[in-house]
Design a protein around this ligand. Structure first.
Ligand code: PMP
Length: 390
């Protein structure tokens, strides 16, 4: 069963098993690493460390092969339907990946009078770069209009019906987020293609989905997928942009002659292999079940307000699925104080504004975010502590 499967996987995270009195509930910020990833890093550094793309000796050849194999690994992991055509570019994470698409690729797509859709209540990393490109183009006399992505306030999802109404023939580009980093909402991005038609380019911030649920380009007709390795069990400083390359100009990020993060790339290959073996479908089932358990418990405590995904809470509606992220506030206790109190009981959570964009929440909150190593027992202990503060 799922419980035995999870038990075996949890045992593979040394930092988790090494701290039985602590509960790590901040995986949306960064995830812990399984032994296989730690081993892959050590093996790479002790057997093959060299620069990529140069040298004719075995360590350099192995490093070059590692980089190429990892591109293929990323393609396979994302269910790439046309791997001969797509491009994979390594970055330090989602922030740099989105900035690279915005700075190096987007200007080549846009002409005077075009429109771009920007998700103003998502992570700042998925807002600022698009607005900066618009400003840069304006300086060059190319006027691009920003269409704010419409949201449904109650569910935290995009308002896909309203989106269809605000886009038009000049809408060339849509920035979207797969899973919201505050609300945990699955943003139903498969509906975006329907709303915007076959021509527009869609760029997906997959920081909170890659490594947490199946992300398949066979099913999603989007043009870019951008993610961070460190949230997907690999090392910080690793990440990738996958580009379909069937719409707009080719994606060839400029001037790439520096030294790639080969250690990060080694960790990414290992992490994606680990996730494939574990099964992202099962990871999703586990983390969404824990999130439901937590929201159901929290719903019965009057002192707390849960942000986002309200429709599924109210009616048990399948319309809005919450992934493994739950954000909430206490009626009287500030989020910083609440975070401090929770750590005194061994719970590590995030408490602040979570880097949300301008159209986001006005006051701070506490975020609990889950991965495969978390347990129902941790959730029940957390609820018990929260109940004493009610
Ligand atoms: N987008 C989303 C949805 C995120 O959750 C995050 C990380 N909190 C980022 C972008 C930025 O990722 P990174 O810090 O790895 O660049």
């Amino acid at each position: 069963g799922l419980r035995e499967w999870q038990h075996a996987l949890r045992a593979q995270f040394p930092i988790i098993t090494g701290h039985p009195d602590l509960a790590y509930l901040d995986s949306a910020a960064t995830a812990q690493k399984p032994q296989a990833v730690l081993d892959a890093v050590r093996t790479y550094l002790t057997t093959s460390n060299a620069n990529a793309g140069r040298g004719t000796y075995p360590w350099a050849n192995r490093t070059t092969a590692l980089v190429e194999q990892t591109r293929d690994r990323v393609r396979r992991f994302l269910g790439d339907p046309d791997p001969e055509r797509s491009a994979v570019h390594f970055t330090s994470g989602t922030t740099e990946g989105l900035r690279t698409v915005a700075r190096d690729w987007l200007p080549g797509l846009l002409a005077d009078g075009d429109e771009i859709v920007v998700p103003m209540a998502d992570h700042q990393a998925n807002i600022a770069p698009w607005l900066e490109t618009r400003r840069e183009l304006a300086r060059q006399g190319v006027d691009v209009r920003v269409v704010p992505m419409p949201y449904q306030r109650a569910s935290g999802d995009y308002d896909h019906t309203a989106l269809a109404d605000v886009v038009g023939p000049r809408t060339r580009f849509v920035a979207a987020t797969h899973v919201h980093h505050v609300y945990g909402a699955n943003m139903n991005v498969h509906r975006i293609r329907q709303a915007v038609g076959p021509e527009a380019v869609i760029c997906l911030d997959a920081a909170q989905s890659v490594g947490h649920l199946p992300v398949s380009m066979t099913e999603l007709d989007v043009d870019f997928v951008v993610f961070s390795g460190h949230k997907a069990l690999a090392l910080p400083g690793s990440g990738a942009v996958w580009a379909r390359q069937t719409r707009g100009p080719a994606f060839t990020p400029g001037g790439w002659s520096g030294t790639p993060n080969t250690v990060g790339i080694a960790s990414l290959t290992s992490a994606l292999a680990w996730l494939d073996a574990a099964g992202t479908d099962r990871i999703e089932r586990w983390t969404t079940a824990l999130a439901s358990r937590f929201t159901e418990g929290l719903r019965h405590l009057d002192a707390y307000e849960i942000l986002g995904c309200q429709t599924s809470l109210a009616a048990g509606s399948p319309a809005q699925q919450r992934q493994g992220i739950v954000t909430f506030r206490h009626r009287d206790i500030g989020s910083g104080d609440l975070g401090f109190i929770l750590f005194s009981h061994g719970f590590m959570v995030r408490s602040d504004h979570h880097c949300q964009g301008d159209a986001g929440e006005k006051s701070e909150s506490v975020r609990v975010s889950l991965h495969v190593y978390n347990t129902a027992e941790e959730i029940d202990r957390l609820l018990a502590v929260l109940a004493t503060l009610g």
